[in-house]
Write a protein that binds this ligand. Structure first.
Ligand code: PLP
Length: 385
């Protein structure tokens, strides 16, 4: 079956017991045992829960993977994947990654003896140069947060495979609807389901998908042993979100493209636009090969630095200023002072997360209202005689 049909049905099959078309939410923390150790597949909801199992199956299916695991947040999912590493191991972290991912390796796993280096995945030499005898994993995002770089997943996967490394790809920005990293050679895919999978800004969650049985067994162990599991209500919300992901992603992409066009034309006020499907950009060629549409995320640099950026954000009426992304409503934020403030300033500057950078999560409202909002706020932010 095709993606749109699977999005509606996988994990949402009618309840076997009653035929309920919307399956029940299993809130139980524990499950009755007929004899000691004789269960119906579930014993305690940290180790397994029927509603969570439905979500895990759905995310795995939509990513084209064999095994899925759901977590209480994207960072809990990342923590499980990083838990595959041990003392003395080394990770290559590609280009810009979500600030919380950097913090996880820089301030948490470094305390357990896991070392890392940052590499520019656009340059294969950079990966070769940075690899060490104890390198075990490559971690990447594409498109990246917040700079919207599109990294060639196939190329990085080829490198990882040639060195026997696990490749973890954070697919949060593209969603399983627009890009499937496992099909491009990744070992594991990570999601913050808080974003496009949930789709309505009403849950915090995470997921990991892999087709590697050995990796899955370790992650399943870590999920239970560290305990960062989602509650059944959040699993239900994520499952409900998935049923419309194909419709939402289409509209997110159309609306973002309309805004990209407006921003690209306003050269008096906008210094640079970053969007995977921006024709003529360095991203475009790779994006067309690995994504089916550009998605709802974009970033741009406003002329006039921080004062202009803050005026823009404060002038928006339809967009809400706020962190996070991937919901039906449009959001705007200032990465340097909001989502990526946990990255040290010098590192932010080196990466290009500067004070003129604005990130938009374009929602599914009427495109004309969004375009008008952006145009009006830009005019307020950068007066041009
Ligand atoms: C790309 C990306 N990965 C991971 C995360 C972390 O997810 P969560 O906030 O659900 O822990 C985020 C959060 O913004 C993100 O943007």
């Amino acid at each position: 079956m095709r993606f749109d049909t699977r999005a509606v049905h996988t994990g949402n099959e009618p309840d076997e017991l009653t035929g309920a078309v919307t399956p029940p939410i299993y809130t139980s923390s524990t499950f009755a045992q007929a004899k000691i150790g004789k269960t119906k597949g579930y014993e305690y909801s940290r180790s397994g829960n029927p509603t969570r199992a439905r979500l895990e199956r759905a995310v795995a299916d939509l990513e084209g993977g064999k095994f899925g695991l759901a977590f209480s947040s994207g960072l809990a999912a990342e923590t499980a994947v990083a838990g595959l590493l041990g003392h003395g191991d080394h990770v290559l972290i590609c280009n810009d990654v979500y600030g919380g991912t950097f913090r996880l390796f820089n301030q948490v796993f470094s305390n357990f003896g896991v070392a890392f280096d940052r590499v520019d995945a656009r340059d294969p030499e950079s990966l070769e140069r940075a690899v060490k005898p104890r390198t075990k994993m490559v971690w990447m995002e594409s498109p990246t947060n917040p700079l919207m770089l599109v990294l060639d997943i196939r190329k990085v996967a080829k490198f990882a495979r040639s060195r026997g490394l696990t490749l973890a790809v954070d697919n949060t920005f593209a969603s399983p609807c627009l890009q499937n990293p496992l099909k491009l050679g990744a070992t594991v895919v990570v999601h913050s389901t808080t974003k496009y999978i949930g789709g309505h800004s009403d849950l915090v969650g995470g997921a990991v998908v892999t087709s590697d049985r050995g990796v899955y067994d370790k992650l399943k162990f870590l999920q239970n042993a560290t305990g960062g599991v989602p509650g059944p209500f959040d699993c239900y919300l994520a499952l409900r979100g998935l049923r419309t992901i194909h419709l939402r992603m289409r509209r997110h992409s159309e609306n973002a493209s309309a805004i990209v066009e407006v921003l690209s034309k306003d050269r008096a006020r906008v210094a640079e636009v970053r969007y995977p499907f921006l024709k003529g950009s360095e991203n475009y060629r790779v994006a067309r090969r690995q994504m089916s549409a550009g998605g709802g995320m974009l970033a741009f640099r406003v002329k006039g630095g921080y004062p202009a950026a803050s005026r823009f954000l404060e002038s928006l009426k339809v967009f809400t200023m706020g962190e996070s992304l991937g919901g039906v409503e449009s959001l705007a934020e200032h990465p340097a002072r909001m989502t990526h403030a946990s990255i040290p300033e010098a590192e932010r500057r080196r990466l290009g997360i500067t004070d003129d950078l604005i990130r938009l999560s374009v929602g599914v409202e009427d495109p004309d209202d969004l375009v008008e909002d952006v145009r009006t706020a830009l005019k307020a932010a950068v007066p041009v005689p």
